[in-house]
Each structure stands twice: as structure tokens, then as C-alpha cells.
Design a protein around this ligand. Structure first.
Ligand code: ZN
Length: 359
């Protein structure tokens, strides 16, 4: 080809190429025009190949510049149309999506789990009485979980809390069965009275039925000082019960046994559904018997007692000079009583239909 022929080729196809690239009405048509005119088999490539065959250097320069100018011009036209089509597609998409007559979409607001709420309420009441929250490990040494709390090896008292033992290469390690090891740790850390702590967290037992779970939450209170008496314990429990359940509930103590307290008591409160009468109330059966307290008028809520001297000894406190009381309550139990929940497993299944009832 001569220079004149190259020029003629470029002139002949340029107008057609520009019209096709600028006028393509959709991405597929634009791409077809790009392949046809700007692709490997297009006229520009053919013209560029011919440039190398020209004899004169001046002609080569002239033809090369012409090819490049035309190429750049057509690339700009192509890019401009590509951008325009993308913009139009976006506008069309938005127009389709936006329907201002639709009602607004409200984002749903979550709320706290009933167990968390109950746990916080209990801790807040205890904090008001001067008990400082304390936490400890859930995987605990046998010493803190049992030995320090007057539950020696091979003692039948261990059966009450048989638990999950962890194989820790010969170390005596268990998933803690109560939050009491936190008490032992607190006493050992304090070294001397006074001491007032509330221990809370997860504990583990070999239980699984509608009212027991292998994992549950416990909160314990411990008060150690000189001349702490059983009357102090009862006063604390009375105040605690009124704050957590209902004003005016009566507290009843029944003798019981725990290895780490002596004397030990089970703590009952008068039934807040039937007012302690055993009959009537909002959960009464057809025959009038209160379902919550099973017509007894009282509900068991926790265990308590005066700290056993053996526990003080194991925790390096002198039982001749200090006394103290301790109590422990299951958070699930309190939540179930407060909210009228009959199956403990509902608290762990995370069924929104259930949880939504406790905003
Ligand atoms: Zn009742």
C-alpha cells in the first residue's frame, strides 16, 4: 500500500466506525462495534500493518501518526459511549428499585436476654448492699472447687456435685460445679477481713431435665468480718428477696446441709403469685391451687449458711476471730420464677419467638 492508499482506507472507514461506536444503543452492540473496528481484524490494525511496508521514512511517520490519531479518537468515542451506557443502566436500575409509595422498613431493635437482665438485677441489689462483683476461672483446680470448701476427696458430699473432669496431664482440674471457688480465691487474696464479694458466672453439673441444665449460672454472696451473725444473714436475705421478687415477701429458713457452711439453710420465700396462701393468684389451677408454689405457699430460692470453720482454715483465715455468711442462687431459677418459664432449656435455644416476650 502507498501512503495515499492508507489515508484513503482510514478516511473511508473512520466515519463508519465513529458512527457505530457512538451510536451503539446497548452494551452488546457496543462490544460488537469495538471488535469490528478496533479489534485485531479491524481496519486500523490493517492500516498499521501497512505502515511498516512503506518505503519512505517520512511517509512512515506521517502514516503512523495518522493511524495513532484515528485510533485515539475512536477509543475516546468508545469509552464515552461505554460510560454513558453504564450510567443509563444504573439510572434505570434505581428507577426500578425506588417505589416511594412503599411503607418504610423499620430495623428491628434487639434487647437483652432474660438471663442477662436477671443476672444484672441480682448483682445490682448485692452491690447496693456492699458486695463487690468478682469472677474466677470456669475450669478450676480441684483444690478451689472442692478441697478448700470442705469437700474432701472420696467424701460423699462430692456426689451432690459430681461434675466434668478435665484431663490436664495429671493436674486435678474440673469444670467448676459452683461459683464458690471464687469465694475461696477471694478469701486467700484478701488475707484478712472484712470481705464482701458477689461471685457470678457459669457452672457445670451432670444434670439435664426440664428444670436443670448441664450448664447454668450462679451468683453467690460472701460476707466475712468479725462478729457476723446468722441474724445478719437473715436480714440480707430478706432485703434481697424483696428487691428481686416483690415487696413484702416473707423469707423462711429451713435446716439443710452444705459442706462449706455450718449451720446451713434452704431459703424459701412466700409465694408471690398467691400471696403465700397456696390458693388463688394468677397461675391457679382449676381447683384453685396455686401452681407456682404447688399450693404450699412457699418457693425454694437458694441455699445459704454460716461459713464453715474448716473453709476459713483452708483459706488461711482464723475461725476463732472471723465469722461470715454465704449464699448461692441459680440465675436460671430466678429468671424462671420471675417470668413464669417452665422449661430451663427455653433459655438456651435462642428461639426469637420466645425471647421477644422479654423486651
Ligand atoms: Zn403460690
Amino acid at each position: 500500500m502507498t501512503l495515499a492508499e492508507i489515508e484513503s482506507l482510514l478516511d473511508k472507514s473512520f466515519a463508519e466506525a465513529r458512527a457505530a461506536l457512538a451510536g451503539a444503543a446497548n452494551p452488546a452492540a457496543l462490544e460488537a462495534a469495538r471488535v469490528q473496528f478496533l479489534g485485531q481484524k479491524g481496519f486500523l490494525q490493517a492500516a498499521k500493518k501497512s505502515v511498516g511496508q512503506l518505503a519512505s521514512v517520512d511517509d512512515k511517520k506521517k502514516a503512523g501518526k495518522l493511524c495513532n490519531d484515528r485510533d485515539r479518537e475512536l477509543q475516546d468515542v468508545y469509552q464515552a459511549n461505554l460510560d454513558r451506557l453504564a450510567r443509563e443502566a444504573r439510572v434505570a436500575e434505581l428507577a426500578q428499585r425506588q417505589d416511594i409509595t412503599l411503607p418504610g422498613r423499620r430495623s428491628r431493635r434487639g434487647h437483652r436476654h432474660p438471663l442477662s437482665t436477671t443476672c444484672d438485677d441480682i448483682l445490682a441489689v448485692l452491690q447496693g448492699l456492699g458486695f463487690e462483683p468478682a469472677e474466677g476461672p470456669e475450669v478450676e483446680h480441684d483444690f478451689y472447687n472442692f478441697e478448700a470448701l470442705n469437700i474432701p476427696r472420696d467424701h460423699p458430699a462430692r456426689d451432690m456435685q459430681d461434675t466434668f473432669y478435665v484431663d490436664a496431664g495429671g493436674a486435678e482440674v474440673v469444670l467448676r460445679t459452683h461459683t464458690s471457688p471464687v469465694q475461696a480465691r477471694a478469701m486467700l487474696a484478701a488475707g484478712k477481713p472484712p470481705l464482701r464479694v458477689s461471685c457470678f458466672g457459669r457452672v457445670y453439673r451432670k444434670d439435664d431435665d426440664p428444670t436443670h441444665s448441664p450448664m447454668f449460672h450462679q451468683i453467690e454472696g460472701l460476707y466475712v468480718d468479725q462478729n457476723v451473725t446468722f441474724a445478719d444473714l437473715k436480714g440480707t436475705l430478706q432485703l434481697f428477696a424483696e428487691r428481686i421478687f416483690a415487696p413484702g415477701v416473707r423469707v423462711r429458713l429451713r435446716p439443710s446441709f452444705f459442706p462449706f457452711t455450718e449451720p446451713s439453710v434452704e431459703v424459701d420465700i412466700s409465694c408471690f403469685a398467691c400471696g403465700g396462701t397456696g390458693r388463688g393468684g394468677n397461675v391457679a389451677a382449676e381447683d384453685g391451687r396455686c401452681r407456682l408454689c404447688k399450693a404450699t405457699g412457699f418457693i425454694e430460692i437458694m441455699g445459704a449458711g454460716m461459713v464453715d470453720p474448716e473453709v476459713f482454715k483452708a483459706c488461711k483465715l482464723d475461725p476463732d476471730h472471723v465469722t461470715g455468711f454465704a449464699f448461692g442462687i441459680g440465675v436460671e431459677r430466678v429468671a424462671m420464677l420471675r417470668y413464669g418459664i417452665s422449661d430451663i432449656r427455653l433459655l438456651y435455644e435462642n428461639d426469637e419467638r420466645f425471647l421477644a416476650q422479654f423486651p
